[in-house]
Design a binder for this molecule. Structure first.
Ligand code: NDP
Length: 433
């Protein structure tokens, strides 16, 4: 805490992982002897830079940019960029730390990183977003490379922003280095499934978890999904396809309830075409209800998928979910549940899938995009079946590890230890670096 003052989210993420690692440290003393934990908690590099840009009124605006290279034991730094006014150094470090375990769980050759800015894309024109992205990349490009550091999207960074960022990288470096960024359009080096992969993957994970813990199927279950961005939208789409009924979603202003089932095409239109608030859903579906400032976790459901942001689901929400008969919570977002909410799930027998396992489908498909880009091939066909296999494998890995350490169905412990061992073993092999 003294070493990283004020970085509350980073402390929280560290605490949540370290709390579960003592059994593996006792079993394999070489980790402690070689100070693997101390090294794992210290980012390899942290880059902070000024991002000046001009708005449409000719005013100069200044934002702050970040890129954390957290751990490269398993491959180049890999993790998204977040553009949101709440972004601080502690946010970046918590996300990059989480990414270390998540990326290790995929079994693919990727290290961990994260970056972003306190820039708020909401209400900005396309030209303003473009000028910001160009300035951001002008500062960052020298630190990136397909074998060094490979960003992607996150909150506030979708296909529009990825296009502007890649365009500027290409322009400055004079290199068409496709593998330097993922989440690209399928028309220029990306894969059609990347933008759906996190949401779809979280549902695949949830499906396996509900089978393993409760011996039940998601079909006919009532679900609520917080957020209405990239992860939430495609989680809702996949839930609908497998026969669950999603009755509510949200944004930071309020909650939409549609008892007929949320219409995902309308959400995509509002978010990606109109770039409007979720409240606009009412213009298309007059039977739906909007609760301004509402709390989505108050709505009775069988399955809850937090897919918006960190610490959005707190202890009181967990108690309400349990009281309303919820049987599973699966995190599409990063660290959306607070530690005391997770304790409630564990006490009440609610199956709980932590984000670092459940939302790993996005980064896994990014790693496959990188592999494809490295071959300079075209017509990349990365199938949904492959994503499904990867998510089932992650689920199995977490389950087996939890059992090995005598805590069946403790996915928090399973994900943390399974991810840790993979990174720690590589670090041991490399000596003191
Ligand atoms: P988007 O920007 O597409 O959507 C974010 C959604 O969350 C919006 O509905 C937004 O509402 C809401 N939200 C954001 N911040 C807050 C806040 N402070 N309070 C309440 N609601 C908020 O982001 P993504 O869907 O890409 O990301 C969502 C989560 O998933 C994040 O935790 C991210 O780190 C995680 N994730 C994303 C991956 C990806 O592939 N995109 C991969 C793995 C994890 P509003 O518009 O009102 O801000």
């Amino acid at each position: 805490v003294d070493r990283n003052p004020g970085e509350n989210e980073f402390h929280q993420a560290l605490y949540e992982v370290l709390e579960t690692l003592s059994p593996v440290l006792e079993k394999q003393p070489e980790y402690a002897k070689n100070k693997i934990i101390e090294r794992l908690c210290e980012p390899e590099r942290q880059i902070i830079f000024r991002v000046p840009w001009e708005d449409d009124n000719g005013e100069i605006q200044i934002n702050r940019g970040y890129r954390i290279g957290f751990n490269s034991a398993l491959g180049p730094y890999k993790g998204g960029l977040r553009f949101h006014p709440s972004v601080k150094i502690g946010t970046m470090k918590f996300l990059a730390f989480e990414q270390t375990f998540k990326n290790a769980l995929t079994g693919l050759p990727i290290g961990s990183g994260k970056g972003g800015s306190d820039f708020d894309p909401k209400g900005k024109s396309d030209n303003e977003v473009m000028r910001f992205c160009q300035s951001f990349m002008t500062a960052l490009y020298r630190h990136l490379g397909e074998n060094t550091d490979v960003p992607a999207g996150d909150i506030g960074v979708g296909s529009r922003e990825i296009g502007y960022l890649f365009g500027q990288y290409k322009r400055i470096t004079q290199r068409y280095e496709s593998g330097v960024i993922t989440g690209k359009s399928p028309q220029w080096g990306g894969t059609w499934i990347r933008h759906k992969a996190t949401g779809y993957g979280a549902v695949f994970f949830c499906e396996e978890m509900v089978r393993a813990v409760h011996n039940e199927e998601l079909k006919d279950k009532v679900a609520v999904v917080s957020g209405s961005g990239n992860v939430a939208t495609y989680a809702m789409e996949k839930l609908r396809v497998i026969g669950a009924k999603v009755i509510a979603c949200s944004d930071s202003s309020g909650v939409i309830i549609d008892r007929n089932g949320i219409d995902v095409d309308t959400v995509i239109h509002i978010k990606e075409v109109e770039r409007a608030r979720i409240k606009t859903y009412l213009d298309f579906h007059h039977d739906a209800e909007y609760i301004d400032g509402g709390n989505i976790w108050d709505i009775p459901c069988d399955i809850a998928l937090p897919c918006a942001t960190q610490n959005e689901l707190q202890q009181a929400d967990a108690i309400t979910l349990a009281k309303n008969g919820c049987i599973a919570v699966c995190e599409g977002a990063n660290m959306p549940s607070t530690p005391d909410a997770i304790k409630v799930f564990q006490q009440k027998g609610i199956a709980f899938g932590p984000g670092k396992a459940a939302n790993a489908g996005g980064v896994a498909s990014s790693a496959l995009e990188m592999q494809h880009n490295a071959t300079h091939g075209s017509g990349f066909e990365y199938s949904e079946e492959r994503l499904h296999e990867i998510m089932n494998h992650i689920h199995r890995d977490c389950c087996d590890t939890a059992e090995e350490f005598g805590e069946p169905h403790n996915y928090v412990l399973g994900a943390n230890i399974a991810g840790f061992r993979r990174v720690a073993n590589a670090m041991l092999a490399f000596g003191i670096i």
